[in-house]
Design a protein around this ligand. Sequence first.
Ligand code: ZN
Length: 242
Amino acid sequence: MASRSIPLAALPFLCLCFAVPSIPTRRVLDYALKLKDLFRQDEKQWADVPHFAALCCGFPDGLIPCVKQVKDGSLTAAESVQQLLQWLKDYPESNFIWMWNPSDHQTKEHHPEAMLVRLAIEAHESSSWRGLQQGSLLLYSHKCPCQSCAQKIEKLQDVLAPALGPLTLCVGLPVRSHIFESLCGTSDRLVYQQLRKAGVRVLQLPLRHSWSPKRRAQFYRRQAAKRRRLKGGAFDVSDGAD
Ligand SMILES: [Zn+2]
């Protein structure tokens, strides 16, 4: 029979998990909501927010440097990375880093979550981002990460959690319904399960914060129609969250 004892190497991490008080869900969601609204370029209540990801340290009251320095999303991945490296050089005390979907985002390595995670791990290893040392990390992803990005987020958790505590991921919008799990082999639900298994705390903003009542009703109608089509043998794997 396999031993169920905890490896000694895991003890510091487990102790840290128990030592770090969990931030109440309500507070995390309120914080993520304000963060999302800061990145809304249009002042209208239901204006779409372009896909972006932001990694914040310590749930700060104010973001340093000011979020007004955020540029538009027309850069390529390489240009975005250069901009972020310059950001960390100019503001090593920064308590957040962020990234829009670059103009060449089709490559999974260029997804904003993937690029942020890579840069955060590099900054941690080179100690070039002092603000990161505050811990209590929140990764906001405006759309549910794909499976490839989720694997990278797992790595971020593995690398940073022993020193900085567990990671919280808050997602703004759904992307892949569980309706098509059997066809696509992935879904938001499976991504959330994968990340929670790795120790990441995963939350999603209620849709009422991002979409108008009309758009929410349309989304649920489409979901129901897809469910019916799937039952009838016809299917369309595109989802209604775009
Ligand atoms: Zn991705």
